[in-house]
Design a protein. Structure first.
Lengths: 110, 115
């Protein structure tokens, strides 16, 4: 089983739609959780950290369910510029390095 | 977040040769990491570059193939040795955030093609 699993997509949605991505992780001792965004042929960029209480940044909402070892990202009112690959990222215990999911590709269409 | 640069941005190399990739950060950072992203795949950690000591390699990566230097807190190099076409990939360095939140920031990457 992969440490971090994501639906690869692609998710094709119209502008203005709401879309949700899910991610599961296998290590129950994982400490920190993130969503990164990666545009084609670019480096990953931090989108947001994910906290147990859930957090929101504009149109983006991230949630963490530790009991189910599940992380989600909700994007409301999708824009064309949201088209990218969204990477679910987990930090385990004992080291600072991150483990990346394989990414979910989003294509927002006009 | 730190500003990270990498050189070269891309290269095409012949099999059997070696390439050294440089990563420069605009501020001192404790943690630096090297990742690989093969075509169509996600990121895989190669090693953690430790200042003043040997790098810590992940399973499947060895020092002879991917020697790493970390001479100070703002600079690191990764060498891809005795290259084969399977080494064609994007190589990214990253640095840890300044605080305890553990997020990381990435350099722009080096796109390597081995022929």
């Amino acid at each position: 089983r992969k440490e971090v699993e994501q639906d690869p997509g692609p998710f094709n949605v119209p502008e203005g739609a709401t879309v949700a991505f899910n991610c599961t992780y296998s290590n129950s001792a994982s400490q920190s959780f993130f969503w990164y965004r990666q545009d084609c042929r670019k480096e990953p960029k931090l989108l947001m950290s994910v906290y147990s209480s859930g957090n929101e940044d504009g149109r983006f909402t991230a949630q963490l369910n530790r009991a189910s070892q599940y992380i989600s990202l909700l994007i409301r009112d999708s824009k064309l510029s949201d088209s990218a690959t969204y990477l679910c990222v987990v930090k385990g215990t004992g080291r600072r390095a991150l483990t990346f999911g394989s990414g979910t590709r989003l294509q927002v269409q006009p | 977040s730190a500003v990270i640069s990498q050189k070269p941005s891309r290269d095409i190399c012949q099999r059997g040769t070696s390439l050294t990739i440089q990563c420069q950060v605009d501020s001192q950072v404790t943690m630096m990491f090297w990742y690989r992203q093969q075509p169509g795949q996600s990121l895989t950690l190669i090693a953690t570059a430790n200042q003043g000591s040997e790098a810590t390699y992940e399973s499947g990566f060895v020092i002879d193939k991917f020697p790493i230097s970390r001479p100070n807190l703002t600079f690191s190099t990764l060498t891809v040795s005795n290259m084969s076409p399977e080494d064609s990939s994007i190589y990214l360095c990253s640095v840890g955030g300044r605080d305890i939140s553990y997020e990381q920031y990435f350099g722009p990457g080096t796109r390597l093609t081995v022929t």
